[in-house]
Write a protein that binds this ligand. Structure first.
Ligand SMILES: CC(C)(COP(=O)(O)OP(=O)(O)OC[C@H]1O[C@@H](n2cnc3c(N)ncnc32)[C@H](O)[C@@H]1OP(=O)(O)O)[C@@H](O)C(=O)NCCC(=O)NCCS
Length: 168
């Protein structure tokens, strides 16, 4: 009998992961990934490695989630993304676990909200809610129905109004 053994480990991102994360994101999103509105925010400044995570299988990095500090209207939060899992490792709960770890890390860090642009059917069961239609102005076009938030402070929704951009 052959046993498939997997040794999945979740790690805080460090600089040694940069090259493989670039490959994972290229494979998941293709060349159009830099044109997205969320990518334009990420170009404004660095992500926060201490809140960004990878998953490794037997030492090989196979998934990544990154978090970037943002002002979203009056809210001091974090933008989640990119989230990508290598095709060989999809549908094992790795994406969900990376989102959970990143949101909890941001919460412990004192972040007021985790915001992303993504598919509601995937993220809403993970605690994300829709942001009021067109409340946030992104540096590029977004589908307002895909702008989602985990509020982690009092009165987040009414304060999510205005521009979203990188926070130093
Ligand atoms: C989306 C992605 C991160 C999910 O990672 P994953 O580890 O395969 O996901 P999980 O194992 O945690 O969850 C799998 C479940 O999510 C569902 N799912 C995956 N992508 C989905 C989507 N876009 N919308 C709705 N449901 C989705 C799967 O059908 C599966 O459902 P099931 O549990 O009922 O079988 C991964 O497929 C990926 O890297 N895709 C390409 C990049 C991408 O689209 N990133 C997200 C940007 S919004």
């Amino acid at each position: 009998m052959q046993m498939l053994k997997h040794d999945l480990v979740y790690l805080t991102e460090d600089a040694s992961h940069d090259a493989v994360i670039e490959l994972i994101n290229a494979e998941a999103f293709g060349p159009g990934r830099f044109a997205k509105a969320a990518a334009r925010i990420r170009e404004q400044g660095p992500h926060d490695r201490s809140l960004s995570f990878v998953c490794a299988d037997d030492g090989e990095t196979i998934a990544s989630v990154r978090m970037t500090p943002v002002h979203a209207g009056e809210v001091k939060g974090h933008l989640l993304g990119p989230l990508a899992v290598r095709p060989s490792h999809k549908n094992r709960g790795i994406g969900r676990e990376l989102v959970r770890i990143a949101v909890e890390a941001a919460r412990r860090h004192g972040s007021e909200a985790v915001i992303l642009v993504g598919d509601p059917p995937y993220y809403m069961p993970l605690g994300f809610e829709r942001v009021s239609y067109d409340a946030l102005k992104f540096p590029g076009p977004v589908d307002p129905g895909r702008v989602l938030v985990v509020p982690m402070a009092e009165g987040v929704h009414p304060r999510l109004k205005g521009t979203i951009g990188w926070r130093g």
